[in-house]
Structure formats: structure tokens, C-alpha cells
Design a protein around this ligand. Structure first.
Ligand SMILES: [Fe+2]
Length: 213
């Protein structure tokens, strides 16, 4: 069985506002850990499968590896979305008339209400993620809380804006009780062009599905 080997992506993000290079360096290392663990678990599962069966004595290890795989995979992928929607000199609000702005208006009534919801989710207690997804079949945006990395993702929905609110994302720069300052810093670095491209990507997928249907 050919096992997919993932490579850690490189992100050039030094000089963000309110999120230090030191935090980013530490965060990249954590991300690389998820990539390594995903590869490692995939290889170990492939090894178990290599003789074409899962023996009774292999079942406990096989089950545990498979259960933990969702955590590692989502830890890898969500960090790529998160780093990918940040940039130096980003921030502000999305452009008026941009696809993301229009979608927030259609789905929430206004961008401000969308943002209130997204920020509110980001302030929720616990470790996890605030994620704005787009439903590729309707184009609608919705904001969700994801616990750890794997609980709460909506199957088939496209992540368009991803904010890490695990404490490691901000603890070198802010106190645990200052998460709202980190969220402000996050918004001052958002790459709205990338967010717009993700929204358009979701729209294109929806069109393809409609045609196929
Ligand atoms: Fe993280």
C-alpha cells in the first residue's frame, strides 16, 4: 500500500502585529509535530495492513492509532489554514463588494454580526478553534467551535477563516485571560485575499456539483 507522506509547509509570517515571531516559531514547531505524527501513524497503520488483515492481537493498537489519527490530521490541516489566512500588513475589514463581505451579508445580515459571532466563538472557554465555513452546496457561511482539532468540523464544508484559540497561540504574548487581545491581533493580520479565494473556491465547487447533478 502506497502511504501518503505529508511535508510541512513553510509560512513567511515574521513581523505580524501583536503575534510575536517567537510565538510563530514555537507554533510552527507544534505544527510540524502534527505533520510528523500524521505520517508516523499512517505508516504504522499501513504496516499493520501490509499482510492484508488486522489480526486479533493487532486490533487494540490499530484501533488506537486510527482514533488518534483524526486529532493529528486535523491538527496538521487546520494549522495550514490558520497560518495561510495570516499575512504581514494584512487586517482591516474585507473590501466592500468582495465575495466574503457579500456572503457575510447574505448569511448573517451584516459583516458586523458575522464578526460578533466569530469573535464570540473565539472567546469561548476551552481549547480549540473558531472557524468560519462555507457550505459548498448553498454558499452560506456559518461559524463553528471546534474542540481540540477534530470535534465539531462540519463534513464537506470549506473552512474560509480559521482562528486558533488554543493557549499556545498567544500565551507568550498575552495572559490567559487576555484572549480578546489576541483575537484583536489576529484580525489585524488577516489575509482577506486568501479568504476571498477560499470563498470563490467553494462557489466553484458548488457550481460543479450543480452541473454534475
Ligand atoms: Fe495551534
Amino acid at each position: 500500500m502506497e502511504t501518503q507522506i505529508y511535508k510541512a509547509k513553510q509560512f513567511n509570517l515574521s513581523g505580524l502585529q501583536g503575534i510575536s515571531d517567537q510565538t510563530l516559531e514555537m507554533h510552527f514547531k507544534l505544527y510540524e509535530g502534527y505533520v510528523k505524527a500524521t505520517n508516523d501513524f499512517n505508516a504504522r497503520i499501513a504496516e499493520i495492513l501490509s499482510d492484508g488483515k488486522v489480526d486479533q492481537e493487532e486490533m487494540p493498537a490499530y484501533s488506537e492509532l486510527t482514533r488518534r489519527l483524526g486529532f493529528e490530521y486535523n491538527g496538521m490541516v487546520l494549522h495550514e489554514y490558520y497560518f495561510g489566512n495570516l499575512k504581514k500588513n494584512g487586517g482591516g475589514d474585507p473590501k466592500r463588494g468582495s465575495s466574503f463581505m457579500k456572503e457575510t451579508e447574505e448569511s448573517f445580515g451584516s459583516y458586523d454580526i458575522w464578526k460578533t459571532d466569530f469573535v464570540g466563538i473565539g472567546k469561548m472557554r476551552g481549547v480549540g478553534w473558531a472557524i468560519c465555513y462555507q457550505d459548498p452546496t448553498t454558499g452560506r457561511l456559518s461559524n463553528h467551535w471546534v474542540t481540540l482539532h477534530e470535534s465539531g468540523n462540519v463534513a464537506g464544508y470549506i473552512p474560509v477563516l480559521v482562528m486558533d484559540v488554543w493557549e499556545h497561540a498567544f500565551l507568550l504574548d498575552y495572559k490567559p485571560a487576555e484572549r480578546s487581545k489576541y483575537i484583536e491581533a489576529f484580525f489585524s493580520n488577516v489575509d482577506w485575499n486568501v479568504v476571498g479565494e477560499r470563498v470563490q473556491g467553494a462557489a466553484a465547487q458548488s457550481t460543479r456539483r450543480a452541473r454534475a447533478g
